[in-house]
Write a protein that binds this ligand. Structure first.
Ligand SMILES: Nc1ncnc2c1ncn2[C@@H]1O[C@H](COP(=O)(O)OP(=O)(O)O)[C@@H](O)[C@H]1O
Ligand SMILES: [Mg+2]
Length: 274
């Protein structure tokens, strides 16, 4: 099983779009996938057509200790389950503040679920902050995907992200690693996108072996800016259902193949594999 946190403390970089479409793409390739929406804004849930109406069970109840993951997860399409979020989840940051073992709630819930009923992939859509929800995702994950919009200052928050990951690896989760940076909202043919991409590759390559980002790579597949990707959430559909022949569907399709190819690579960090 691969457990992937899709994380960046910036908003609007493509976390939710990537989480939903990677999850949907893997499900179409016959993997059993659970998507966990960890953002109180619940955009991933909406994207899969699950609207908050007060009666939906959500991941908030798991954090509150009221329900188990298997009670709240719902099947949204073939092979794709969702643990939905709602605004209540915003309270979790406060409610867990002094709770012992607060970083491990999600990890335990996932372990309990998977003992009875395993998944091939768990994808966690993180909120745009480094609070307790994101720390729970990092404690539960084996891998981190970082979506990045290649624009001015894009690299600025990046070393902070890597050091947070490294801290969690040291203190809470030895298995955690950043497996890839995913370029989203990519403007093909612009000088800026090309420059930022070069800077990013340079930054990752120049690091020494025990830098927090050692072994992280940039996914070959880039997700171009494509209006269909922005439209799909309003229809409660993944890009593959909403616009199968769009550039967005092509790009996320290629990315999913890259993610699947890493299954054979044994999921080891490149630095260790060398
Ligand atoms: N490749 C893309 N092309 C066009 N619009 C996109 C693309 N990726 C994301 N969007 C849109 O940009 C906005 C922010 O994306 P989102 O995935 O919600 O980011 P985050 O979860 O990081 O805040 C959303 O309105 C989304 O529909
Ligand atoms: Mg989001």
């Amino acid at each position: 099983m691969r457990t992937i946190a899709v994380m960046n403390q910036k908003g609007g970089v493509g976390k939710t779009t990537s989480s939903v479409n990677i999850a949907a793409g893997l499900a179409r390739r016959d993997r059993r996938v659970l998507l966990i929406d960890l953002d109180p804004q619940a955009h991933a849930s909406l994207h899969l057509g699950v609207e908050e109406d007060g009666s939906t069970d959500t991941i908030y109840q798991v954090f509150a200790g009221a329900k188990r993951l298997r009670d709240i997860r719902q099947l949204t399409s073939n092979n794709l389950w969702l643990a939905a979020a709602d605004l209540d989840l915003a309270a979790t940051e406060l409610e867990l503040v002094d709770a012992p073992g607060r970083e491990h709630v999600l990890r335990k819930a996932i372990a309990e679920h998977c003992e009875e009923e395993p998944f091939d992939y768990i994808i966690m859509d993180c909120p745009p902050s480094l609070g307790v929800l994101t720390i729970n995702a990092l404690t539960a994950a084996t891998e981190v995907f970082i979506p990045l919009q290649p624009h001015f200052l894009a690299l600025q928050g990046l070393s902070k992200l890597f050091s947070t990951t490294a801290l969690v690896r040291r203190r809470l989760n030895r298995e955690l690693r950043v497996s890839g940076v995913l370029l989203c909202l990519y403007e093909t043919g612009t000088r800026l996108a090309a420059d930022v991409t070069d800077d990013l590759l340079h930054f990752l390559q120049s690091s020494d072996d025990d830098a927090p980002w050692a072994g992280a790579r940039v996914f070959e597949s880039r997700v171009r800016r494509n209006i269909k990707l922005a439209e799909a959430p309003s229809f409660g559909q993944s890009i593959f259902d909403y616009a199968a022949s769009s550039a967005g569907s092509h790009d996320y399709g290629a990315l999913v193949e890259e993610v699947i190819a890493a299954e054979q690579a044994g999921e080891r960090p490149l630095a260790d594999a060398a």
